[in-house]
Design a protein around this ligand. Sequence first.
Ligand code: HEC
Ligand code: HEC
Ligand code: HEC
Length: 276
Amino acid sequence: MFFLALGAALLVGIGATALLINIFERKQEARTPFYRVVELTDEIDDPAIWGKNFPMQYDGYKKTVDQSRTRYGGSEAVPRTPSAVDPRSVVAQSKLEEDPRLVTIWNGYAFSKEFNEERGHAYMLDDQTFTKRQEVVKQPGTCIHCHASAYTAYKRLGNGDIVKGFEALNQMGYFEARKEVTHPVACIDCHDSSTMALRVTRPAFMEGMRALKESEGVVNYDVNTMATRQEMRSFVCGQCHVEYYQGAGEEARVPWPKGLKVDNILAYYDEVQHKD
Ligand code: HEC
Ligand code: HEC
Ligand code: HEC
């Protein structure tokens, strides 16, 4: 009886100790949720460098090259013979071939030359650089805002002020602006380098949200300090996945000062005399 009780007490003791050690270890892990292999700064746009600290998220990021068929539709890899002006060897399916009426509907409009199914983020910069829409129209630098990691370019061009940098890029032609960027959207466009907190980096979105909130009676709305965490999870995507228009100076803006409904947007377009 005595030895049985001693054995049981020992087991409980060992179990409790193991649990304590485990709790302690998890607490340590929570303190450093990743291994800081490199020191990230607000100047590093290369996602491979961020990937050294966050290998799992970087793996996920790289998966945007996938173009395999799923039951949800989306892009499929269509082989293409590369040429001197367009080195892409794989593209997404052509919407113009899918529905040739579009070519007639868009006659005289750049979209009648090439319009494909959209595909993963890895391709955003190449697809924009090499689309035939570049060959028939002199596209503006504003195209870059949503197709590249533009944050460090804004900072460089604006001497630290991203709004000034945004405006500088708006004045450029496409190929001049293209020289200012190297990567498709990257970690730095959605994350603060020192805290990894989500952040909006596109001045047009910040401005658009301020105008929208003003129409709702909220003044000086700052998306990066006043949005909830749940809102930020959508807003980082909404920086690019939005209805936008090219203003009088070809600057890319979001048309929300009167609200988000189509009628509000059309009323705003009438006011600024924008046609598309
Ligand atoms: C810097 C602008 C930008 C941001 C920020 C952005 N996207 Fe995109 N996204 C694009 C562009 C441009 C494409 C189309 C790329 C192409 O077709 O080459 C795209 C494509 C996509 C696709 C289509 C993939 C496919 O295979 O059809 C999905 C889904 C998507 N984005 C989701 C998101 C989500 C979710 C977020 C936020 C976590 C986000 N995007 C943030 C610009 C952006
Ligand atoms: C406000 C953000 C934004 C701006 C500015 C923008 N794009 Fe995009 N672009 C997107 C998003 C989001 C997608 C993917 C979803 C879709 O196709 O609607 C995309 C898809 C594309 C694609 C791939 C699909 C296709 O049409 O073949 C090309 C090419 C493209 N854009 C070229 C351009 C050009 C050229 C400009 C400048 C006139 C431009 N984009 C400006 C956000 C933007
Ligand atoms: C288009 C925006 C966008 C880009 C680009 C992006 N992230 Fe994120 N990331 C998010 C969002 C949204 C979350 C979820 C945040 C939350 O839960 O509040 C997130 C979460 C994270 C987290 C927290 C842990 C987790 O997995 O939820 C880490 C770490 C992270 N991202 C690293 C990266 C790295 C490294 C890159 C570049 C290779 C990157 N992210 C690129 C939007 C982005």
